[in-house]
Design a binder for this molecule. Sequence first.
Ligand SMILES: C[S@@+](CC[C@H](N)C(=O)[O-])C[C@H]1O[C@@H](n2cnc3c(N)ncnc32)[C@H](O)[C@@H]1O
Length: 381
Amino acid sequence: MISTRPLIFPEYFTSNTQYTDKLLMPLPSPTPVPSMTWCLPGCPTNLLAAPGLETPPLAMRGGERMGRERVSSFNHVPVMLEEVIHYLEPGPGKTVLDSTLGGAGHAAKILQAGAALIGLDQDPNALSHAEEKLEQYGDAAVLKQLNFSEMLNVGREICPEGVDGILMDLGVSSHQLDCADRGFSLRARGPLDMRMNPCAEVDAAEVVNEWDESELARIFWELGEERKSRAVAGAIVRRRAIKPFGDTLDLADCVSRIVGRRGRIHPATRVFQALRMTVNREMECLEAALESAPALLKPGGRIVVITFHSLEDRMVKRFFKSRSQPEIDRPEWPAAQSNPDFCMNRVTRRPVISGPDEVKVNPRARSAKLRVAEKRKAGNS
Ligand SMILES: C[S@@+](CC[C@H](N)C(=O)[O-])C[C@H]1O[C@@H](n2cnc3c(N)ncnc32)[C@H](O)[C@@H]1O
């Protein structure tokens, strides 16, 4: 089938990216959690085993969230916890917006330090867990199921005077990866899903079974940096003509036959990463969130972003740079001009990375890069 889907913004991949507000597709809104019949035995998000599946949607502090389950264990070790707290400097009288609650490890530490918290996550399972974990902090924590690309309105509504800190810890949590029913894992059989918000419109099955070969090749190359992107796309299209891909292992097997093993990582890792980033529109959402951050921060407020992918890190780096230069210059201009977007100072020039001790106990930290910027006291955004 020929797909009419728009290309993911090709300018992400060019050297002179312009950061403008442009979301091509409407963002998914919070809707009920679908039945999850693919969970591994013991997976804490297995709704079949979760009491309360049939309960009606519950209201929660800070807004309505549809669907709810009890999540008693949530496996995710927060990355660079000390560094995050060091740069955000949470404390009494401050408000921090954690836009990626996940296992709420960073959020708990922020609350422990005495700050108030606005917590967001687009995944209702993460929200349920965070709600349970942060219950002891009462009204100091306001939690909401929301895509962080929409954080500006919510942040302003809850905290009109602006927030002192914003945290973005990107990607998926270990918990999401561990639950086969979510379709993120290439080692456990699950549906081709990969949606962080289980009610988003497009899932991985649609991309894999319906998108054009050329579009598949492009996302594998651009988002997955897969050297055999075209060959993999071709193999997928040939195989799906005989029988559509039904699950994660089916796809992982097809991709592995083309890519072959290089080093220790699974041969389908890059393709799965590209699919996840496509399904969740990760680059577009990051861009929208970054754009809204200066307007949400108080003067002197800080934004801390942790990335796990070079494209994301490049976007954050360029965004911070574009907002922290008093002047801009172009070869074709007779002289430099003042930068109308100048509203931030970079706190970290180079990315902060995890030390060997952290990487030893938390291998996920290996590829993490943390960058920090601060809204200027005389900011103009
Ligand atoms: C790496 S985990 C965060 C872990 C967390 N900092 C902790 O201490 O446990 C990333 C989380 O961000 C969420 N997420 C990713 N993209 C998002 C987006 N665009 N909007 C809201 N949440 C998002 C994911 O669902 C996931 O739960």
